[in-house]
Design a protein around this ligand. Sequence first.
Ligand code: AMP
Length: 176
Amino acid sequence: MVTSTETLAAAVRNIPDFPKPGIQFKDITPILANPKLFEAAIHHLTAPYQPGDVDVIVGVDARGFIFAAAAALHLKAGFVPVRKKGKLPFDTHEESYDLEYGSNTVAIHTDAIHKGSRTLLIDDLLATGGTAVAALNLLNKLEANILEAAFLIELEFLNGRSLLGNVPVRSIISYS
Ligand code: AMP
């Protein structure tokens, strides 16, 4: 039997004031350390799909890589990384977005996804939505067919999903 989303949620460790005062950091390492919970996380993230339904799963640097890569194997899809600027060795597209202080830039290889490929974006957590919007903008530059953006955790009160436009958003664990 697959572990419930409630059991998964109970395994997320809340760390107050990390990395700075006022942030409730959602630590997913207890899920990763337990194979039943990790398997359940991948099961729930990929639940709407069968192998053959998805061509590419995109993961965002760095915790997104863990879930997206495992989901890609599960669905027999390719895995594509969206990395922080300056880390990818080949030609890249870049997107910048604002953080509370300063900005961040993410990048994707220009040949990472063929036009029209059925593509799923996976990240560990949706907060303000800035990271996901930047990643989706990169996918649009490559003319990917974006199926949805899926997150293990959503901080609903930050309303990040409102920034994601027409892209369907799905989350497994949410905090209101
Ligand atoms: P955002 O761009 O605001 O939606 O932030 C999403 C990214 O920041 C995700 O890739 C998360 O890994 C990380 N993040 C933001 N807030 C938290 C939090 N409270 N706990 C853990 N990770 C977070």
